[in-house]
Design a binder for this molecule. Structure first.
Ligand code: SIN
Ligand code: NI
Length: 257
């Protein structure tokens, strides 16, 4: 059975470490169906919102759920929202999703960063991402590595995904922290806090690494320009004024709270 009800130990581990491994958030059969849909989407559109550096480390398709009914079923999958809500412990909304494909023999790691610095948000203190493996992801195919406890470091700048030293220049003490690398089977997932430092290994295999990432924010989150002034492809077309609550069809509530 897919995991939907978490133990107190799992929730405590997430809050202590800033990430957690949730096996079987969807079944292997579901993973195979969503993988085919993700690959079909990536053939249609390539939306490399992480800029030219991001484009080299993965193909990124943001808000697939707005374009494809099958991907929508994954992004709004009740198991994913239910687990996110239990981990965060506060009411959540969907921020956006993204299909992230690392092509076969793409030897570039996605280097260490925190996600929240890329987001034009304020009043979101419990943001988190579900990174769902749509196919087996051994270490050699580009799985995630986390630095436990690093979500307690706030105010770090947005970093270049191709700069392997950026995080450690910004926060030298993290250099000496242990790292945890989590290979995933198809249908498994990791959740990570928006400030938990993480990277993904290169893909040295013959198969594409297909991951679907569903990102949640506190239901109270308001629009605030990025600190580095960079645009954001989800927010910019909406013409919001600073301080506007991120609500409505683009940012649906998830979970049961
Ligand atoms: C990746 O999948 O390559 C990176 C995902 C992330 O940074 O959240
Ligand atoms: Ni990230």
């Amino acid at each position: 059975m897919p995991t939907t009800t978490l133990t107190a130990d799992t929730i405590a581990a997430y809050r202590r470490d800033g990430f957690v491994h949730i096996p079987g958030i969807i079944t292997p059969a579901e993973a195979a169906r969503f993988r085919a849909a993700a690959l079909a989407c990536s053939g249609r559109v390539r939306n490399n919102t992480a800029g030219s550096a991001g484009a080299k480390v993965f193909q990124q398709l943001v808000n697939a759920w707005r374009e494809d009914a099958t991907m929508r079923a994954l992004t709004l999958h009740p198991n994913v929202g239910a687990v996110a809500e239990q981990l965060a412990g506060v009411p959540l909304r969907l921020w956006h999703d993204q299909i992230l494909i690392k092509d076969p023999h793409n030897q570039k790691a996605t280097e260490f960063h925190q996600d929240q610095s890329y987001w034009p948000h304020r009043d979101s203190t419990h943001p988190l991402s579900a990174w769902i493996a749509l196919g087996d992801v051994p270490v050699e195919r580009g799985c995630m590595t986390f630095i436990p406890g690093s979500h307690r470091h706030t105010e770090l700048a947005s970093l270049d995904l191709m700069d392997g030293q950026g995080l450690f220049r910004a926060c030298p003490e993290l250099t000496w922290e242990p790292r945890v690398t989590i290979p995933l089977r198809a249908g498994d997932c990791t959740f990570h806090h928006g400030r938990c430092a993480h990277m993904a290994t290169p893909n040295g295999t013959d198969e594409p690494r297909v991951a679907h990432v569903v990102i949640f924010m506190d239901a109270t989150t308001r629009y605030q320009k990025r600190r580095d002034g960079q645009p954001h492809p989800v927010i910019d077309p909406l013409g919001l004024t600073e301080g506007a609550l991120l609500e409505g069809d683009m940012f649906p509530r998830v979970g049961t709270r």
